[in-house]
Design a protein around this ligand. Sequence first.
Ligand SMILES: CC(C)(COP(=O)(O)OP(=O)(O)OC[C@H]1O[C@@H](n2cnc3c(N)ncnc32)[C@H](O)[C@@H]1OP(=O)(O)O)[C@@H](O)C(=O)NCCC(=O)NCCS
Length: 224
Amino acid sequence: MAKAVNENCVFSVLTEKDLDSCVAFVHEYYTFSEPFRVIVDQYLDECPQIDTERIKKKLTDEASIGVFDKNGLLIATGFGGINDKFQSSLCCKCQTPAKDSSRYLSIINGMISFLEDGLLDELQTNKFLMIAILVVHPSHRRMGLASKVVGKLEERAHDLGIGCVVVNASSAYSQKLFEKLGYKKLRQLMYADFFDEKLQCKPFIKPNPPHDSAVLYFKFINCS
Ligand SMILES: CC(C)(COP(=O)(O)OP(=O)(O)OC[C@H]1O[C@@H](n2cnc3c(N)ncnc32)[C@H](O)[C@@H]1OP(=O)(O)O)[C@@H](O)C(=O)NCCC(=O)NCCS
């Protein structure tokens, strides 16, 4: 996709050369109260490469969008992984033995399984683009930038011949955003109610608005 200039910003497909700036941006601006993110942070102590690995994996698909300001600084990201479930994107290959965080990961994996298991069958598709880590720099929020990034991700999916876009939206703000863009709710997990049958436990996440549920959304788009 050619670079498109939108007022003072440039939207472009992110590639592996953007890895370091993406990792720095995500560390700095992805909200630390975001429940799923908290798990990654717990894990970072034991496995410092986890962000780098999961972002690198997505960049290889060349289906992620970055927005750069006029000085070339990253001000927004939306990562797209082809058939990339959130669960698999949490796995790191650095082989650091997991300690405390392995329990957190088991719990989060239970929640993700609840949301995502059987996804392909339910949507009757064999290919989807999973949107993740949609982040806008705090001084550029509420200007429609995240919505434009999602639009560009849909265009990218279309160009890659993918007809279905999926997202796990874990804040009431992003849930509103995706609903406005025509996304349909597939499953919802309320943190206050969820009980993991396999682990026989409730998640440790305390509902903290706007983070009180995770919703898996999908949208079918026309593809070539
Ligand atoms: C969520 C986030 C990506 C939204 O980015 P943004 O560029 O401000 O979003 P947009 O301007 O495109 O907003 C589109 C709509 O989403 C909803 N929305 C977005 N932010 C909101 C907020 N803080 N409060 C209430 N509604 C909000 C609104 O309905 C908004 O439309 P409106 O401005 O016409 O009312 C941004 O706040 C962010 O980076 N948050 C931290 C990371 C995060 O939580 N990401 C989502 C994880 S799934």
